[in-house]
Design a binder for this molecule. Structure first.
Ligand SMILES: [Zn+2]
Length: 95
Protein backbone atom coordinates (compact mmCIF):
# COMPACT_ATOMS: atom_id res chain seq x y z
CA UNK A 1 0.00 0.00 0.00
CA UNK A 2 2.67 2.40 -0.88
CA UNK A 3 1.18 5.19 -2.85
CA UNK A 4 4.12 7.35 -3.58
CA UNK A 5 2.67 9.07 -6.59
CA UNK A 6 3.23 12.73 -6.25
CA UNK A 7 1.88 14.95 -8.93
CA UNK A 8 3.92 17.95 -9.82
CA UNK A 9 2.14 21.11 -9.05
CA UNK A 10 1.43 23.21 -12.06
CA UNK A 11 -0.10 26.62 -11.87
CA UNK A 12 -3.51 26.48 -13.40
CA UNK A 13 -3.16 29.51 -15.55
CA UNK A 14 0.19 31.02 -16.17
CA UNK A 15 -0.01 34.64 -17.18
CA UNK A 16 1.13 35.34 -20.71
CA UNK A 17 1.40 39.02 -20.09
CA UNK A 18 1.17 41.65 -17.45
CA UNK A 19 -0.23 45.12 -17.43
CA UNK A 20 2.32 47.73 -18.34
CA UNK A 21 0.10 50.73 -17.79
CA UNK A 22 -1.82 53.36 -19.64
CA UNK A 23 -0.89 54.00 -23.24
CA UNK A 24 -2.06 55.97 -26.24
CA UNK A 25 -2.41 54.98 -29.85
CA UNK A 26 -1.29 57.18 -32.71
CA UNK A 27 -4.81 58.49 -33.14
CA UNK A 28 -4.95 59.47 -29.48
CA UNK A 29 -7.15 56.63 -28.39
CA UNK A 30 -6.46 55.59 -24.86
CA UNK A 31 -5.72 51.96 -24.16
CA UNK A 32 -4.11 49.66 -21.69
CA UNK A 33 -0.66 48.48 -22.61
CA UNK A 34 0.48 44.98 -21.81
CA UNK A 35 3.93 43.54 -21.79
CA UNK A 36 4.31 40.04 -23.11
CA UNK A 37 5.91 37.59 -20.72
CA UNK A 38 6.31 35.06 -23.47
CA UNK A 39 5.96 35.05 -27.22
CA UNK A 40 2.39 35.68 -28.29
CA UNK A 41 0.68 35.71 -31.64
CA UNK A 42 -0.93 38.86 -32.92
CA UNK A 43 -4.59 38.29 -33.63
CA UNK A 44 -4.50 40.57 -36.66
CA UNK A 45 -1.34 39.84 -38.60
CA UNK A 46 -0.42 36.59 -36.87
CA UNK A 47 2.99 38.06 -36.25
CA UNK A 48 4.97 37.23 -33.18
CA UNK A 49 4.85 39.50 -30.18
CA UNK A 50 8.17 38.78 -28.53
CA UNK A 51 8.52 38.50 -24.79
CA UNK A 52 9.08 41.94 -23.37
CA UNK A 53 7.29 43.72 -26.21
CA UNK A 54 4.38 46.01 -25.58
CA UNK A 55 1.05 45.28 -27.13
CA UNK A 56 -2.59 46.16 -26.67
CA UNK A 57 -5.72 44.09 -26.44
CA UNK A 58 -8.78 44.73 -28.50
CA UNK A 59 -12.18 43.23 -28.63
CA UNK A 60 -12.77 41.62 -31.98
CA UNK A 61 -16.40 41.03 -32.66
CA UNK A 62 -17.18 37.60 -33.96
CA UNK A 63 -18.79 37.91 -37.36
CA UNK A 64 -22.52 37.61 -37.22
CA UNK A 65 -22.96 35.93 -33.90
CA UNK A 66 -23.67 37.87 -30.78
CA UNK A 67 -21.91 36.66 -27.73
CA UNK A 68 -21.99 38.11 -24.29
CA UNK A 69 -18.40 37.51 -23.44
CA UNK A 70 -16.10 39.71 -25.43
CA UNK A 71 -12.74 38.22 -26.06
CA UNK A 72 -9.81 40.56 -25.89
CA UNK A 73 -7.25 39.57 -28.45
CA UNK A 74 -3.68 40.78 -28.54
CA UNK A 75 -2.66 43.15 -31.30
CA UNK A 76 1.01 43.75 -31.88
CA UNK A 77 2.71 47.11 -31.79
CA UNK A 78 2.93 47.17 -35.59
CA UNK A 79 -0.78 46.72 -36.17
CA UNK A 80 -1.74 49.14 -33.43
CA UNK A 81 1.21 51.36 -32.55
CA UNK A 82 1.06 52.53 -28.98
CA UNK A 83 3.09 54.62 -26.66
CA UNK A 84 3.19 54.32 -22.93
CA UNK A 85 1.91 57.31 -21.05
CA UNK A 86 4.74 59.22 -19.48
CA UNK A 87 7.28 57.43 -21.59
CA UNK A 88 9.37 60.42 -22.55
CA UNK A 89 12.59 58.55 -23.04
CA UNK A 90 12.33 58.40 -26.77
CA UNK A 91 13.33 61.93 -27.50
CA UNK A 92 16.07 60.96 -29.89
CA UNK A 93 14.15 61.37 -33.08
CA UNK A 94 13.73 65.04 -33.64
CA UNK A 95 13.01 66.49 -37.01
ZN1 LIG B 1 -0.03 42.47 -35.78
Amino acid sequence: MADGSTQPRRPQSRPHSRRAGLAFHNDGERTTAYRALEALACAHCAGVIDAGELFSRHALMPGGSRTRGVTLLPLCNRCRPLRLEGDENEEQHEG
